[in-house]
Design a protein around this ligand. Structure first.
Ligand SMILES: Cc1ncc(COP(=O)(O)O)c(C=O)c1O
Length: 411
């Protein structure tokens, strides 16, 4: 069998996603808790513990109970998404996030992961270059390597220096060549929780625009801004060379429903759509109909505004602060205070050099799961996700205590 494995599959085998791999441990713990000396505390993935908004649950029940909708939900929707769903997304963007978009600028997919893959397939040829930040959400590197069949040059724009978020536009300029096709940003960031300010983000788009380059901006955590005003780029009209990568996984707490969409130039979306026709056929249908039903209800916009713009950032900011307070009591580490998202990224070089070793020893000895920084491009750092325990502060504190005891045992 080994001789049949392609070069790119060999790469994937050698570089599995550490977060997906830890999910296997979580699943095993659920099935066989007796094998573990104590309860597993999962700070590994971006997996919110709290419930999706109640109107969404009610709408899904209605879809299932309505025979006509139930039948419709069982059919293939168009590759771009059900037309009613696209119409509902226009309303959602406008009423919740203040952004005016046209239906022709929208393409829905099986989560944003599917759409990012479609984007990479649509623009990258062997020999092309792409610029990502360092650190960057780990799945992007893997996707680009796999889709580019290891032939795309991934350049990294170092945005964290000496433990601070300092994205320098001159440095970005120096990475661009005639082969650069795309600059990819995530804000608020994963794994670092840092937010691009308006001047820098617009500076990136200006530079890219002059050079005929696309900028993809992943706003998976746009409902999780903690400090001050939410940046205005989330609500201003899309600039020509921008592709906004949006997921409902985090903001609506439905990562298992696989709902995401792109906001981009219609001709680019058409290219991605035709790729998706071959790759996935179409996104799943029942949840699209539930979303449409939810938005048709009186008063739901106000409910969603309250859920997404008030309750969500408040709740997550509180837990982020708690994690930072706990980390402040832990010796020999430095952490980056997050301005958004649901991760705290911290420097463990005062304890050990290898983030993989740190993560695996912590899991073996104390049954606490973190994600290693090396997979995000930064060795010597680890990422803590508090989303899986956001409802359970006792468990969070216990996990932090175990981390502290682990660190003390190593120093
Ligand atoms: C920055 C970022 N983008 C995308 C995703 C995946 O989104 P989706 O569930 O829509 O595929 C994640 C998941 O953790 C993420 O952190």
């Amino acid at each position: 069998m080994k001789s049949l494995i392609s070069q790119v599959a060999r790469y994937a085998l050698e570089n599995p996603s550490s977060i997906r791999e830890i999910m296997n441990v979580v699943a095993d713990f659920r099935k066989h808790p007796e094998k573990y000396p104590r309860r597993l505390i999962y700070f590994g993935g971006g997996w919110p513990q709290d419930s999706p908004p109640e109107p969404l649950r009610r709408a899904l029940i209605e879809v299932m109970e309505d025979k006509e909708d139930f039948m419709l939900a069982a059919r293939y929707p168009p590759t771009r998404g059900d037309p009613d769903y696209l119409e509902a997304l226009v309303v959602y963007e406008r009423e919740i996030f203040g952004r005016e978009v046209e239906e022709s600028e929208l393409l829905s997919g099986l989560g944003s992961t599917d759409l990012a893959a479609g984007l990479f397939f649509s623009i990258l040829d062997p020999g092309d270059e792409i610029i990502i930040t360092n650190p960057c959400y780990l799945n992007y590197t893997r996707q680009i390597e796999i889709i580019g069949r290891l032939g795309v040059n991934i350049k990294r724009w170092q945005t964290i220096k000496n433990g601070k978020f300092i994205p320098d536009l001159d440095e970005l300029q120096s990475l661009i060549t005639d082969k650069t096709k795309l600059i990819l940003l995530v804000t608020p960031g994963n794994p670092d929780g840092q937010v691009f300010d308006e001047r820098v983000l617009d500076g990136v788009v200006d530079i890219a625009s002059e050079r005929g380059i696309l900028v993809a901006i992943d706003v998976a955590y746009r409902a999780f801004h903690y400090e001050g005003e939410v940046p205005s780029y989330l609500s201003r009209p899309r600039r020509e060379n921008e592709v906004w990568i949006v997921t409902l996984s985090k903001e609506l707490r439905v990562p298992g429903w696989r709902m995401g969409y792109l906001v981009a130039d219609p001709s680019l979306l058409r290219a991605i759509e035709t790729i998706q026709q071959a790759m996935t056929l179409c996104p799943a249908h029942p949840q699209q109909l539930a979303f449409v039903r939810m938005l048709s209800k009186d008063g739901v916009i106000e409910e969603l505004q309250d859920f997404l713009l008030e309750k969500t950032p408040k709740k997550y900011q509180k837990v982020a602060s708690l994690v930072c307070d706990e980390l402040s009591k832990t010796p020999n580490i430095q952490y980056l205070r997050p301005s958004g998202g649901f991760y705290v990224f911290f420097d463990i070089r005062g304890i050990m050099a290898s983030s993989k070793k740190f993560v695996s020893q912590l899991l073996d000895e104390w049954q606490v799961a973190l994600a290693p920084g090396i997979d995000f491009g930064m060795e010597g750092w680890v990422r803590l996700s508090f989303a899986p325990v956001v409802e359970d502060q006792e468990l969070l504190k216990e996990g932090m205590e175990r981390i502290r005891r682990f660190i003390l045992s190593k120093t």
